[in-house]
Design a protein around this ligand. Structure first.
Ligand code: IPE
Ligand code: IPE
Ligand code: MG
Length: 239
């Protein structure tokens, strides 16, 4: 994929750990499923706002490899919401010149859902305004294990394995590392999201629950990011 031109002061890649749907619902006396629904509806405005701001890649952590441990009913509700998102939003995303990508394993999903995701990826594959990456059935540790297996299967010699090679074997091979990762709801942990790629990401932990995270909240995050100095191991004077 041609590397999109970065915009100065704007993170090229923003990762979002969409957390707090359950608590958002609980506080309103609603079932958790309605929190997830509200969270899914929120994607569209955040994607548009990110594209308007010049963000070229935005990834959303939607379902972790650990989320299979949730009650079966909640898991199947989350699967249904992915299907609904694709049914309801992909044609508009396509019109807006957004490209949809997936990281994780589609094989764990039902054949119908897998096909929906694959079709959406195919439909939008030539779009260039923004790349929207859905991390669904995704786990960072699993991703690294898969990459190592791939390298071994390719017969790569131990001495030829380096950071570039490993990066190129991850699900995110064609996606630049995240510059900014936002986890909503106040929790401060990775929960297995892009643990390799996040080595030099800037992190932010707004208290807002995901369904309430709007364009303004994104704008605030982007402004804060623009004010940060990323040193990558160096000192200020060297930058
Ligand atoms: C994030 O919201 C959505 C997923 C993990 C799928 P949660 O469901 O984790 O919401 P809380 O953390 O219980 O509030
Ligand atoms: C992380 O949220 C996964 C997603 C947002 C998809 P969780 O709510 O599942 O994370 P933990 O279990 O609280 O760390
Ligand atoms: Mg949570």
């Amino acid at each position: 994929m041609a590397e999109a031109e970065p915009v100065k002061g704007v993170p090229r890649h923003v990762g979002i750990i969409m957390d707090g749907n359950g608590r958002w619902a609980n506080e309103r006396g609603l079932p958790r499923s309605l929190g997830h629904r509200a969270g899914t509806k929120n994607l569209r405005r955040v994607i548009s706002a990110a594209a308007d701001a010049g963000v070229k890649y935005i990834s959303f952590y939607a379902f972790s490899t650990e989320n299979w441990k949730r009650p079966a009913e909640e898991v199947s509700g989350l699967m249904d919401l992915l299907a609904e998102f694709i049914d309801n939003e992909v044609s508009d995303l396509h019109k807006e010149n957004a490209r949809l990508l997936h990281i994780g394993h589609l094989d764990g999903l039902s054949p119908l859902l897998k096909k929906k995701v694959e079709d959406a990826i195919e439909l939008t594959k030539d779009n260039t305004r923004i790349n929207v990456i859905i991390a669904f059935n995704y786990g960072g540790r699993d991703e690294i294990v898969c990459a190592v297996r791939k390298l071994i299967a390719e017969g790569v010699a131990a001495e030829d394995i380096n950071e570039e090679r490993l990066s190129a074997s991850l699900f995110t091979a064609e996606i630049p590392d995240p510059d900014l990762i936002i986890r909503t709801s106040g929790e401060q942990r990775t929960s297995n999201f892009m643990i390799w790629q996040a080595a030099y990401a800037e992190w932010s932990f707004p208290k807002t629950y995901w369904p309430d995270f709007d364009e303004k909240a994104l704008q605030t995050e982007l402004e804060n990011y623009a004010g940060r100095e990323r040193r990558f191991g160096k000192i200020s004077e060297q930058l």
